[in-house]
Design a protein around this ligand. Sequence first.
Ligand code: PRP
Length: 179
Amino acid sequence: MSYPTPGAVRELYSTDAIARRVAELGQRITKDYAGRSPVLVSILKGSFVFAADLTRAIALPIRVEFLGVRSYDRGTESSGAVQITQDLTHSIEGEDVLVVEDIVDTGLTISYIVNLLRARGATSVRVVSLLDKPVRRRVPVEVDYVGFNVGDAFVVGYGLDCGEEYRNLPGLAELVPKS
Ligand code: PRP
């Protein structure tokens, strides 16, 4: 937590706390998918750091795919439709898919993604999200594995950004408004 202006961020979860939680998630996923070979779909950009650590905490023969998305009309009464900015490189038809998100907020993005992957013929679709913000939910979505529940804080670091900054902050921090 060294490079932001002092006072600009307040640490929520240290790198050690994140590592412990990611290891626990990896163990649970390994157990739940025993005997199967899930395809992990990392949603860009925010989940890239989490996905890199989570994949290495799963002791199964997995495949990794990336899906780039951009939300339409964020902050307004949107339809929840998202634009695919980078598509998968292999078909997920007949596969057990585990979507890897950094955060589920309104739920609009993950809801769209889950429906998309089901429509493309995935055998099963589950969701793992590092962070869950249930107070902000606008559509009901099932998040099968959650790292940490957070309130309405603006969280940055460990892949999460504010205007594309802070993604490389090693821990998770709350952005503190300038006074
Ligand atoms: C974030 C996050 C989710 C989405 C969650 O992405 O990665 O995809 O918002 O919000 P929702 O539940 O309200 O739909 P963002 O648009 O910040 O893009 P990024 O991942 O490229 O940072």
